[in-house]
Design a protein around this ligand. Sequence first.
Ligand SMILES: *Cc1c(COP(=O)(O)O)cnc(C)c1O
Length: 339
Amino acid sequence: MLINLLSDTVTKPTPAMQQAMWLAEVGDDVFREDPTVNALEAKCAAMFGHEAALFCPSGTMTNQIALKVHTRPLDEVICDEMSHMYQYEVGGYALHAGIGVKLLKGENGIINAGMVEAAIKPRYDWLPKSSLVVIENTCNKGGGGIYSLDNIRAIRQVCQKHQLALHLDGARLFNALVETGDTPAAIGAEVDSVSICLSKGLGAPVGSVLIGSQSFIAEARRVRKVMGGGMRQAGYLAAAGIYALDHHVERLREDHLHARQLAAALAEMPWVEHIRPVQTNIVIFDLKAPLTPAVFLDYLSQNGVKATVFGPQTIRFVTHLDVTAEMVGKAVEVIRSEK
Ligand SMILES: *Cc1c(COP(=O)(O)O)cnc(C)c1O
């Protein structure tokens, strides 16, 4: 039994999802003639209370498109230093949008209105222009931490006061929503654009959706095309996304319970130095020297558990659709047996 805690991207389509994919009605989406892609986009736009949406191959692409459409070259985006957009998208903000970044030190990846306001540059000819704020909910590198709706509202007010756009990287937004009870529409009302990933905890094999106004998405569609992201019979993939949104949101709670169980076991171990607060499906912890990530991962792998290094002394576990309660029980035993 392999217990794969590497990432929530490793999930495979369930038989019912495969069935939905196989039965999808498709067409050429570049001509906007794929009814299933159109249905997914309409569903997502309505869910977040926005006018339009765009299906893309990855969350990197939806974020990069958002950066490009919200800014002009020589602008600056304000975000936390742990942001996916800054850390894990190959520095694409510089290539695709021609912009710089102003990094904030939030609390486990969560920033607030005061930090944002202090980071906005005055308008001088010799300074980059602050034009966009990106928040990440939940924040991956921060350990899956959640933004409160009040915090998002306050950031939104600062953005409006200074005429900055606000983009939400919601790769794992549904993990946050099942915990807070906030609705997608309540979050959607506070941001100019949202990106959601269907291929993380929701369990679809491929795909992300960018959501925003009609004019924003019209431009986003052009940028998707120039990036090579215009797909043809993409309805097979969109069908998996629709299925995931209909069937896999509520069950994210199970993943969160599993993450808390793993964290509780780790908390008892003398070789664990520190665990970031566990709010959703991510457990990030530091090993106490002399135990190293290489030795620890080797021990895990000999016992059928896969995880990833997340820093010089840091390990990340992620729970998801394909990690059962039984597997979590086994992983807890493996943790307890490490001396
Ligand atoms: C995974 C992820 C993305 C996008 O990832 P892709 O692998 O390109 O789909 C964006 N933001 C966050 C926070 C993520 O975790």
